[in-house]
Write a protein that binds this ligand. Sequence first.
Ligand SMILES: O=C(CO)[C@@H](O)[C@H](O)COP(=O)(O)O
Length: 223
Amino acid sequence: MSTAPLIAPSILSADFARLADEVAAIRGADWVHVDVMDAHFVPNLTLGLPVVKSLLAATDIPLDCHLMIENPDRWAVGYAEAGAYNVTVHAEAVKDPRAVARDLRAAGAKAGLSLKPGTALDPWLEVLRDYDTLLIMSVEPGFGGQKFMPEVLDKVRTARRLVDTGHLKVVIEIDGGINDETIHQAAEAGVHCFVAGSAVYDTEDPAQAIAALRATATEHQPH
Ligand SMILES: O=C(CO)[C@@H](O)[C@H](O)COP(=O)(O)O
């Protein structure tokens, strides 16, 4: 697996004017992380499949759809069929994780599994053999602009050890509070793909912010 760090700016906005700006700003990103929230699994409501279809038409950058919704078993495959590159469901919400992974892959997408900060990694290791991406949340899902939780990095270190020894084949992604001051810790712990919202969009030059995050993550890759 390539160790070059991936930077994935996250699109969260339910304000369509701002969303257009966010899409226009994502030059130089590897993936675009799309925060799909349903106001049930998380206390926030953002966007759904029709808007994701518009985003797919608006950018060539692979879309990484993070489903923070109840009953992802029902909805996930629609995002894959629409053309999302990666579709991530939450361990705390999914009922049949193996069937979801199989259906996502059959529809041509990578399958992702996400863990909230308080969810342990060990019970999911067997299931993760069927997945391509492990998304470790470093904030409680729901809102951008929260403080990074370094305590989740133990899960990153464990997962990275398993990847490096060939026991797991996943891209390790982290999401929440990633910025210039925190990305080095996540990189050193072994993260492959870094999601960043405010650190990209709340700057004068989002493309430059993406480049700077990538440079820091590259510098702090584990050896
Ligand atoms: O999904 C979420 C939060 O639930 C994240 O994708 C945030 O939207 C990232 O924003 P920052 O923490 O980087 O501001």
